[in-house]
Design a protein around this ligand. Structure first.
Ligand code: PEP
Ligand code: MN
Length: 352
């Protein structure tokens, strides 16, 4: 429910409406849209308060909200929001490339990949320390040791780190090392985890579940935002369909659909959609052309010996050439991707 105030509504009347809602235990969201003030009534009390609010001084009309995710919907917040991670702004004119291995495996691996991706113009380093694997016998990640390596390579490269947290009880630990917390596809509807990352201050990268609708993704984002954390970036990473030639089917239409429905930034993971290295640049190009605010991509210095997702990981040279192509597409879309960096910018790793 949206309470639209009269354009000439006095500050006193506006304050009375807000106080009334708060006193009655309602949650609200105030936004200035054009020359109108909107008070979004959210939560279970909305319906019961609406009748009394309608007759209060300064109230022009009540409008029903179509979306069940009022805080992430564009209805309340027509301007696109930007999410800041370190010095990186996601959702502005830059198309942000996040790159790194599927899993952190060793200092040597992460340092080599981190150094290369920074040099090629990636703006953030990805890498899993806690890996949600389909099989219990697959490599589960290095845990805290992996987080330490991520923090070390952040020092080496200056790149902020995005890494996955798989359990509510790990949020504090992962947040001590990371700059952005990733919620993986398998956990998109782990509501305890969503509330936990919503109750802390690092930005969140929320990946779409493999069988989740766009609406379910937006509702998952609403969990995070309603728990107090507005800094959420959504990620389309492919969904499961009847098609088996790709690991998942990249729902490219989800990019403009999401951009239309929500003010949150939207990025694409072409790696988990593709499942095959050769496909990754094709999907990444499509994502930038479809209006994605960024790409998160898996890269490995020796993909054939990777402990997870080697088949879909780009080689270092593969990333360099993909980024050159993406820069051209970004330019055609009136956006930009950071240029390659001078290697002398990168601080050498001091430990052995
Ligand atoms: C990952 O990013 O390595 C990952 C496991 O992704 P997803 O949750 O999308 O499968
Ligand atoms: Mn992976």
């Amino acid at each position: 429910m949206i309470v639209v105030l009269d354009s000439g509504c006095s500050l006193k009347d506006k304050a009375s409406v807000v106080r009334f809602i708060e006193r009655r235990g309602g949650q609200l969201l105030v936004s200035e849209i054009g020359d109108e003030t909107h008070i979004g009534l959210i939560g279970p009390e909305a319906q019961s308060l609406a009748g009394e609010i309608e007759s209060m001084p300064g109230v022009a009309e009540l409008r029903a909200v179509a979306a069940p995710y009022p805080q992430v919907s564009r209805e309340h917040h027509p301007e696109s929001s930007e999410v800041r991670v370190g010095d990186v702004q996601i959702g502005g004119t830059e198309v942000v490339v996040m790159a790194g291995p599927c899993a952190v495996e060793s200092e040597k691996q992460l340092s080599a990949v981190g150094e290369a991706v920074a040099r090629f113009g990636a703006r953030m380093l990805r890498g899993g320390a806690f890996k949600p694997r389909s099989s219990p016998y697959s490599f589960q990640g290095l845990g805290e040791e992996g987080l330490v390596l991520l923090a070390q390579v952040r020092e080496q490269t200056g790149l902020p780190v995005v890494t996955e947290v798989v359990a509510p009880e790990d949020v504090d630990l992962v947040a001590r090392y990371a700059d952005m917390l990733q919620i993986g596809a398998r956990n998109m509807q782990n509501f305890r985890l969503l509330s936990e990352v919503g109750a802390q201050t690092l930005p969140v990268l929320l990946k779409r579940g493999i069988s989740s609708t766009v609406e379910e993704l937006l509702l998952a984002a609403e969990y995070v935002v309603s728990a107090g954390n507005p800094q959420v970036v959504l990620c389309e990473r492919g969904i499961r369909t009847f098609e088996t030639t790709t690991r998942n089917t990249l729902d490219i239409a989800a990019v403009p659909v999401l951009k239309q429905k929500t003010h949150l930034p939207v990025i694409v993971d072409p790696s988990h959609a593709a499942g095959e290295r050769y496909l990754v640049p094709h999907l990444a190009r499509a994502a930038v052309a479809a209006g994605a605010d960024g790409i998160i991509v898996e890269v490995h210095n020796d993909p054939d010996s990777a402990l997870s997702d080697g088949k879909q990981s780009l080689t270092l040279n593969g990333l360099a050439s993909m980024m050159a192509e993406l820069r051209q597409i970004a330019r055609a879309m009136d956006r930009h991707i950071a240029p390659p960096r001078d290697p002398t910018d990168l601080v050498p790793l001091t430990s052995s």
